[in-house]
Design a protein around this ligand. Structure first.
Ligand code: PMP
Length: 297
């Protein structure tokens, strides 16, 4: 992620990652009381770097903080400018960007009185790889929305993601699928999902998921491409009857599934709507026009 020359942004200043320090007596480290974002920047055809949906991501960072009462005294336009500087200072030609808002020294369980922000970036390939995924239904559920602000991208919540992902990998799968407390399909440890059935796409509604920015982009692309898309609750049994399934997220981008609990899907990935969305997503982040032949309607 970094070496001796890597530069990050911390509370208004740029400094070497290897020299940046944090206090060990803080709620963020001890209680997972911090909030973060995952953003990508792509190199466009003209050689410039462009952060995809920068405003949406920094707006979500602010909202995530508000939901868990972490002060957010930052200006998002300034943060976006700082992020471009971090990308430039590190000479990145493709970047995964990680802003983190964390709290000052305090061991109490009171809401934070102030906060700090750091922004770092590194070159990160597709986080789930580009092979089709063998997915396992996790024995871990997504957290109960009545126990947590689940739409806040809070650090502590990710222990749930680590447990699910570790369980799946420990059993020889590529990734986990988590259900919600009612037994409906929710999302992956770090991605939302869509399934294809009879020419349309389906995805779980808000309520038990992190409403991803990529998920919103996929829905936009469906509208642009004339693909019917519906948000609804569904079970694992219904998902197993799908023609095809894919995960989507900033880090993962769009990645198809090979199987769920060892059971393959009806359609080949190359002939699926997910594949069309994958190509359209790539074009969108690179600010290229969608090839007309990929349009469905
Ligand atoms: N769900 C979870 C639990 C995630 O961690 C992520 C990644 N941020 C997503 C969904 C996808 O969100 P996005 O498309 O905004 O990256």
């Amino acid at each position: 992620y970094y070496d001796g020359n890597t530069v990050l942004y911390l509370d208004g200043a740029f400094q070497k990652a290897s020299e940046a320090k944090i206090d060990l007596y803080g709620q963020s480290l001890h209680y997972g009381y911090a909030v973060f974002e995952g953003i990508r920047a792509y190199m466009l055809a003209d050689g410039s770097m462009k952060i995809f949906k920068a405003k949406e991501h920094f707006d979500r960072l602010k909202r995530s903080c508000e939901l868990v009462h972490i002060p957010y005294p930052f200006n998002n336009e300034e943060l976006i400018e700082a992020t471009y500087k971090v990308i430039e200072a590190n000479g990145l030609t493709g970047a995964y960007i990680r802003p983190l808002v964390f709290c000052p020294p305090d061991m109490s369980l009171k809401a934070a009185a102030s906060s700090s922000i750091m922004i770092c970036a590194w070159n990160w390939g597709a986080y789930l790889g580009d092979k089709l995924l063998r997915v396992m239904t996790s024995s871990y559920q997504r957290p109960n929305p009545e126990s947590f602000q689940i739409e806040s991208k809070s650090s502590g919540l990710y222990v749930n993601s680590i447990l699910a992902s570790q369980e799946a990998k420990g059993q020889g799968y590529d990734e986990a699928l988590l259900l919600d407390i009612n037994g409906f399909v929710a999302e992956g440890p770090g991605a939302n999902l869509f399934f294809e059935k009879k020419g349309g796409l389906y995805t779980p509604p808000r309520g038990h998921i992190l409403p991803g920015i990529t998920r919103a982009t996929v829905i936009e692309l469906c509208h642009e491409l004339g693909i019917p898309v519906v948000e609804k609750f569904f079970t694992v049994d219904e998902l197993k009857q799908a023609d095809a399934v894919f995960y989507c997220g900033t880090a993962a981008e769009i990645v198809g599934w090979e199987s769920l609990d060892g059971q393959p899907f009806g359609k080949s990935w190359t002939g699926s709507l997910g594949r069309i969305i994958q190509q359209a997503y790539k074009a969108k982040v690179l600010e290229q026009s969608i090839k007309p032949e990929s349009k469905v309607a």
